[in-house]
Design a protein around this ligand. Structure first.
Ligand code: ZN
Length: 170
C-alpha cells in the first residue's frame, strides 16, 4: 500500500472509481493509517463519507461521519447491506464528482454488517441520512456512482459539468 499521506481524493472519470474493490483481510497498522488518512480527507472536504477507492485504494472499507462531531467518526470494513426498507428521494453529492448534486431514490432504512479496524464483527441498523451514507459508500466499493442512479432530468442537467470533468482542457 502506498504511503497514506500521499493519498488524495481522486475524481471522475478516474477508472479506479469504476473498479470492484477487494475484501480487506489484514487488520494491521497499515489499515489503521489508511482509515486515519481517509477520515482526515473527509473532514478537510467537509464530506459525510469517503470510500477507499475514492483515494485510489481498491479495498472494501469506508469512513463516515453524519454530524461532523469527531466522536461520530466511524470506519466500516467489508460492509454488506441488507434488510432494506422503504424508499425516499434525497439530494446527494460525491467528493469524487465535484459540482454535481443529484436526486437519488434509495431505501430509507437498512441493516449493515461489517467489521471494525480490529476485524471484529459489527451489525448496525440505520435510517435516513445514516442509511443513505452507508448505501452511497457501499456503492463505491462496487464501482457504482451516483451518476448511475440519477434520473433523466439530472442526466440532462449535469451533462455540461460531467463533460468538463471528462475533458478538463477543453
Ligand atoms: Zn461518493
Amino acid at each position: 500500500m502506498p504511503d497514506p499521506t500521499s493519498l488524495r481524493i481522486i475524481h471522475y472519470p478516474d477508472s479506479r472509481l469504476r473498479a470492484r474493490s477487494a475484501p480487506v483481510d489484514r487488520f494491521n497498522a497499515e489499515l489503521r493509517d489508511l482509515a486515519a488518512r481517509m477520515l482526515m480527507l473527509m473532514r478537510e472536504s467537509k464530506g459525510v463519507g469517503l470510500a477507499a477507492p475514492q483515494i485510489g485504494v481498491l479495498l472494501r472499507l469506508f469512513v463516515m461521519n453524519p454530524t461532523g462531531q469527531p466522536s461520530d467518526d466511524r470506519v466500516l470494513v467489508n460492509p454488506v447491506i441488507d434488510e432494506m426498507e422503504g424508499s425516499a428521494v434525497a439530494t446527494e453529492g460525491c467528493l469524487s464528482i465535484p459540482g454535481v448534486s443529484v436526486q437519488i431514490r434509495r431505501p430509507v432504512a437498512c441493516r449493515i454488517v461489517a467489521q471494525n479496524l480490529a476485524g471484529e464483527p459489527m451489525e448496525l441498523r440505520g435510517r435516513d441520512l445514516v442509511a443513505r451514507i452507508w448505501q452511497h459508500e457501499t456503492d463505491h466499493l462496487n464501482g457504482v456512482l451516483i451518476l448511475d442512479r440519477m434520473g433523466p432530468s439530472d442526466r440532462v442537467a449535469t451533462r455540461k459539468v460531467l463533460r468538463a470533468l471528462e475533458d478538463p482542457v477543453r
